[in-house]
Design a protein around this ligand. Sequence first.
Ligand code: B12
Ligand code: SF4
Length: 637
Amino acid sequence: MKATGVHPRCADQPGSYWVDYYAWHDVHPNARIRALVGGRVPNSVPSTFLIKGLVEVSVGSPKIVLTASASEASEWRHSIWQQMLSATIPAKHAHRWRSPELLNNESWPDGRAKYVPNGLRMVETLLLREYSEDDVVVCYLENLEKFIGPETKVVAIHAHNPLGISYATDVYSKIAGKNLIPVNAAEFLKIVKHPVIEKYRPKIVIGGPGAWQLERADRLDEFNVDYLIDGEIERVFSDLFKRMMVGDPTLERIIKVPKSMQPTVEEIPVVRHRSTFGVVEITRGCGRGCQFCGPATKVGRSFPLEHIMDSARVNAGEGATEIMLATEDMFLYEQLPNFETNTSALETMLKGVKSVPGIETLQMSHITMAPVVKDPTVIERLTPLIVPYSHVQHKESTDPDHRMTDPIIGLETGSSRLFDIFMKGKAYPYKAHQWRDVVLKGMETLNKHNWFPFCTFIIGLPGETDADTKESLNLLYDLRDAKGTFVPTFFVPLENTRMKQKESAKLIEMTDLQWEFFYTCWKYNLHFWKGTKSTMKFSLGVPFYYYMLGRKLFGDGIKYPLYRFAGVPDRFMRKHLYLDFTGYKRSDGVMQAPVNEIQPGFQSVREKGLNLIDASQLHHIAPPVNVGAEAVPAASN
Ligand code: B12
Ligand code: SF4
């Protein structure tokens, strides 16, 4: 028998340690002998001499195998940027952009995955309440063959952005040619089309924030999906899973968990094992109510400090050196009524997480801009707890080590008209017409403290006119000295949002102005990350692309925006473009917002025309009254 590794569990008593010793040895194609040797032993005894205790022979495969695609599980060398790009780069050309080992995720010696997306860890944790670790295995694609066998009843797959169509991220891959699929989709397909799944035909269950994409693309049959679960599962999963296992005929194939069944924080357990990027949830849901947004449909919750600390410890205990604080907006954490930021609570939480042994770096997922403007001292107070602990560096940062933090902010549009229709709560306590000023003032404050955010825009919101796009371009122009990354995305009506019936933006219908917006953003990014000198190869490559492919795919409208991106001086293109950067030289100092102090347009969330849910209305989710068979309506879609 070949012992393949030691899996340390805890070292809570000085001078001794606990080991589980797994040894796998194939004696038959579908059988494994497993030796489990455990016990508390003094440190003086080397673990290699511990083959004593329980030796168990189990013939067969685990009942449940959980997995996620390599691109969604990967930590991409700590770069969330790169993970996002995986939904945009065409798989066919990916080798030019990234080295293949970025998708080689680490496994434990027994073949289980070291880290997977947090949502999948939650599924595992819920299953472990009723099944043993022997029955539930989380692994990557390359180990599916090792675990899936005749006894495997269910393969459960996490889907964050499985086909790469959230906010039309796949549009980017189409820029390189028709019929190209992004890395994310290619990696997802490798799982659902895996021969071992086709061989043993376990039930396929898919869930996660991007699960809706498979329904939208009508690919459930193609992937042999038995159940697709959309929504938060903590309260309902135990019951649902039992029904799936027995093949309850009353259970629909597509299960949408209603808002009324979202769990309270008390019902959400601490995950048992490590998540990709060391994700630790600090809040869930957002009460600002933007119509295009999924989290806007969730009840807002802040996790108790001990829950956050325990999650951080779990991650650190299994080798994570980094924690990503997952939230729709960090300033929602323990928020006070009227969306007032609770800076003291944030300070306590950040100090706590940082103090967990093994944790070296911290990053947060999302923030919003309005709280930064409302009280800039929040940024001043939080900076020493965040920036020095970031793993991202930029030469323009004034931090002694050039560290910077890059939270994601949805800026969405410069059009106050569209803003007022679709997302007015995002600016609260400011009004839609103040959005431009809020963005500029907020950016000035953030940049001053070495927060160089990752800003996303939505192109093609329903009804967007040229006048709206011009307003977005004006805002972009005003941001020309800002430090940050500006990523244009395309409108996609997400499932479970108030805009789900609307039409997606279509690449082929992009106007000249929208293309100008698109490529001007990327021009900024190129300058910010690479400097202003573009290489000859790049400058020549872009016109080459235009004549060989771009013009055929998207028409003449992309020509001048592309030329700007390639570095052709604006003075040659003034007649063809809306913005004119002639004579402009990017400053590497702190941007100065061309705005004076901004007075909040609203005094309270209760004012007419607002439909926001602030802290005073939170924690009103009903406790679980019935988690039996009727808890999730069978045909709730
Ligand atoms: C952390 C995070 C990231 C990280 C890390 C992702 C990772 N691989 O771990 C980064 C920054 C890299 C990222 C990237 C992107 N993200 Co993201 N991300 C988040 C965030 C903030 C937290 C995710 C999380 O861990 N939540 C906690 C877990 C417990 O929730 P969960 O994953 O939803 O899981 C629950 C259920 O979905 C379900 N479940 C999950 N998996 C499974 C599996 C099975 C089998 C079952 C049955 C159930 C199930 O059970 C869980 C418990 O209820 C969410 C917002 C949010 N609060 O969820 C956005 C969010 C999920 N991301 C989103 C998007 C759009 C993206 C990007 C496409 C952004 C972009 N434009 O590039 C990329 C795609 C990445 C890729 N590879 O393609 C959207 C998804 C919208 C949608 N409905 O499609 C969200 C909701 C943000 C938003 N405000 O819109 N993301
Ligand atoms: S501010 Fe708007 S877009 Fe951002 S999480 Fe909240 S509701 Fe969604």
